[in-house]
Design a protein around this ligand. Sequence first.
Ligand SMILES: [Zn+2]
Length: 437
Amino acid sequence: MKLRKIVCPFLCLLLWGCSQKEIAQNSNPQQEVGKRQQQLAVEDAYVKSVQYPETSYPKMNKRIKELIHSYESSFIKQAVKMKETRKPEFNVSYESYVKDNRYLSVKLLFYEVLYQKNETVETMVYDTKQNTFLTIEDFLSEDALTQLSADVIQYFQKHASKACDRDAFRTHSAALMENYAHFVLKKDAMVFYFPPHTLFDTTATYECPYEKIKGKTALSSETIPTVVPYEDILNEPVKNIDPQKPMVALTFDDGPSKRYTAAILDALKQYHGSATFFVLGSNAANAPNLLQRMVLEGNEIGNHTFSHKQLTTLSKANIEEEIAATQESIYGITRTYPNVIRPPYGSKNDTVMQCAQGKRIVTWSLDTRDWKDRNTKIIVERVLKQVKDGDIILMHDLYDTSAQAAIILIPKLQEKGFQLVTVSELYTYHPDKVRRS
Ligand SMILES: [Zn+2]
């Protein structure tokens, strides 16, 4: 399909303004589209962590929600019937890209653990000028498809020779549009995904630079300037912690959140308290300024993995990847590697401990259940009623009610005589009194 050039300068400006907004919201090179949304639940029958972008395009939002809903409903149907000791898990993470201020791509990764693990990928590409979804037929001519298929076969024969002689590989690499239906448009390349049990048992990825498909698509190679470089972190404040006095560690998981984290940081700063923020690697680059503030103001940043999967369901290599990618993502912004890891849902086993490589695995002793109640008063009362010296308090900087509760709790806990310290400080100054679940 030949994409027509815009003729109306006003419309052009309007649309450009629209997609600029899309881009400006995020500085994460893997999450360039929309506002990140997160849902977390620890139910009796299963656990879930869902992340997706909310864009300025209702059609796109509708499709994203429908996809997640359809996967989640069929997951729940199976999960409630399961009689395993291990809790079933539903996890959605995403990547999103903007090309030429015009094409928005979203890749949703579904990871489910029922009796077995199941991973799959869904993609969508939206043209903001025509307000419509585009499919692979819009980009590739039959000739281009034949060439692409030949390139894909050659690439995997070179890089994954072991399985390329199977029938499944031949069937799913053939020059048929449906084989190449999962793709995104990055700035400089079109990326194709082959879901599990097509080319191979697991998802395969093939990146094709636009030059290679030149003349077959209407895409230009125009690039968009990205993020401003961060300033290096220099000084952390000096603290006066009295090892003889009671202390607790407030911890906030799953952020940072552009909406709520700053308010918590403000309160900590005002009352000279510290906390630990267990951030998601995939989320860190969305708010580099918040991460820098955390460190500069004496808080601790912990590793909460990259995509919030239950680590005990992953292979050793995948656990290491989840941890390492997050370490690097945080280091890239703060020039500091976290020393503490909180595994999602607190799930750990010997393999997880090994993969931590000397970093401390931290759970909690006081669960505020803030994600469930979403009620400031209940959260505050629960903490004040239960809190003891050495507690590690679990909260999430994802909800307004949690941020409001933290703002109330920070001075109240101090009034009760508790010093507010980071998890590492708690272990350093109060090693015998640290409370664990
Ligand atoms: Zn979490």
